[in-house]
Design a protein around this ligand. Structure first.
Ligand SMILES: [Zn+2]
Length: 61
């Protein structure tokens, strides 16, 4: 099921409109945070390891 509820970032009112707030015309966003994805941890981990590896390779000598 698709989440239809949106929240205005300007006035904070909830609306079902997807494009803009019917009250003030402000931008609307999905009020609940995006679902946590476990991949993010791996991406951050790999990024850190890559960075460390680069530092070790570059700093050796
Ligand atoms: Zn609004």
């Amino acid at each position: 099921m698709r989440w239809l509820l949106r929240k205005c970032t300007v006035c904070g009112r909830y609306t079902l409109r997807e494009d803009r707030c019917p009250l003030c015309g402000g931008r609307v966003v999905v009020p609940h945070p995006p679902r946590f994805s476990p991949e993010d941890k791996y991406v951050a981990y790999r990024y850190t390891m890559k960075k460390l590896a680069g530092l070790l390779e570059g700093g050796g000598g």
